[in-house]
Write a protein that binds this ligand. Structure first.
Ligand code: ATP
Ligand code: MG
Length: 273
C-alpha cells in the first residue's frame, strides 16, 4: 500500500490563503526530507505562477491536458507533465484551459474521479501530494475532495469566512457518505491573522465552534506583506524571507502536520494488532 498522503487545500471562499499554504507547506515538507507533489487544480493557475511559471500558456502539458485525456479514455503519462522546481517540490501545473475541462466534466462518466485517476498514476513517488483547490464547490473541487485522504481548510479570522465553513463541512460529510468514505479533516488553519482583538475573538469563536470535533491548528499564520510579495516574486517564503515570521509559522504548521500523521499511523498500528 502507498504511504503517500493526499491533502486537498479547500475553502470555497476566495483569497483565504489556500495557494500560499500549498506552496509554503509543500516547500517546508520538502525541507523536512519529504517528497512532495503540488497539484494546481485551479484554472487561475496561481500556484503555478507562485512557483515562478508565469507564462502558463507556454507550458507544454498541464493538468487540463491530462484530465481531458482521461475523460476521452486515452492513456496518459502524468509523469511527463510534472515540473521539477528548484525549491525541491514537484508541480503538476495548471492553465486557464482547466475551466473548460470543468464544464466538460459535467457530462462525463465517473466525473468526480478524474483527478483521482490522474493522481493515482504518480502518488507512489511521493510522501505528500497537496491539491490546491479553486474557490468554489464545483466539479473540480469535488474531484479534489474525492482524490484526497484529508482536507486542510485555510480560513481568515473574519466572521463571514467562519460562517461559510458550515457549507464546506456539509460537502465533506456528503463525500464521506458516498464517494470518499475515508475522507478526514486535517485541520482548520487560521491565516493572515493580524494582532487585533477582533481577529483574536474570531479565532476563539472558531475554536469553540469547531475545536471539539475538528482539529484547529495551534499554528496561526500571521498577516505579513512579505507573504504577499513572495508569490508575486514566484518564490516560497523560505526562498524570499527565510527568517521572517511567516516562514517560522509555516515551519511550525509543517511540524504539526507531520506529527498528526505519526500519531495516526501509530493509532492504525495499535488497532491492527
Ligand atoms: P483563491 O481563492 O483566489 O484561490 P487563495 O485562497 O488561494 O485565493 P492566496 O492566493 O493564497 O489565497 O492568498 C490571497 C492573497 O493574500 C494573495 O495575494 C497572497 O499573496 C496574500 N497572502 C497570503 N497569505 C498572506 C499572509 N500571511 N499575509 C499577507 N498576505 C497574504
Ligand atoms: Mg488560490
Amino acid at each position: 500500500m502507498s504511504n503517500c498522503k493526499v491533502i486537498a487545500l479547500t475553502n470555497q471562499k476566495g483569497g483565504v490563503g489556500k495557494t500560499t499554504t500549498a506552496v509554503n507547506l509543500g516547500v517546508s515538507l520538502a525541507k523536512q526530507g519529504k517528497t512532495v507533489l503540488l497539484v494546481d487544480a485551479d484554472a487561475q493557475a496561481n500556484l503555478t505562477m507562485a512557483l515562478g511559471y508565469t507564462k502558463t500558456d507556454n507550458l507544454p502539458i498541464t493538468l487540463s491536458d491530462i484530465m481531458q485525456d482521461i475523460i476521452d479514455g486515452k492513456s496518459v503519462d502524468v509523469q511527463e507533465s510534472i515540473l521539477h522546481t528548484d525549491e525541491g517540490v514537484d508541480l503538476l501545473p495548471s492553465c486557464v484551459e482547466l475551466a473548460g475541462v470543468e464544464t466538460t466534466l459535467i457530462d462525463t462518466k465517473n466525473r468526480e474521479s478524474v483527478l483521482k485517476a490522474c493522481i493515482s498514476e504518480v502518488k507512489k513517488n511521493y510522501d505528500y501530494v497537496l491539491i490546491d483547490c479553486m474557490p468554489a464547490l464545483g466539479m473540480l473541487t469535488i474531484n479534489g475532495l474525492a482524490a484526497a485522504d484529508s482536507v486542510l481548510i485555510p480560513t481568515i479570522p473574519h466572521y463571514l469566512s467562519v460562517d461559510g465553513l458550515g457549507k464546506l463541512m456539509e460537502s465533506i460529510v456528503r463525500m464521506r457518505r458516498g464517494l470518499n468514505r475515508g475522507l478526514r479533516v486535517e485541520g482548520i488553519l487560521i491565516t493572515m491573522a493580524s494582532r487585533t482583538t477582533y481577529a483574536r475573538e474570531i479565532s476563539e469563536l472558531l475554536r469553540t465552534q469547531y475545536g471539539t470535533k475538528i482539529k484547529v491548528f495551534d499554528t496561526v499564520i500571521p498577516h505579513s506583506i512579505r507573504a504577499a510579495e513572495c508569490s508575486a516574486e514566484g518564490k516560497s517564503i523560505f526562498a524570499y524571507d527565510p527568517r521572517g515570521k511567516v516562514a517560522q509559522a509555516y515551519s511550525a504548521l509543517t511540524k504539526e502536520v507531520i506529527q498528526h500523521e505519526k500519531q495516526r499511523q501509530k493509532h492504525r498500528t495499535e488497532i491492527g494488532r
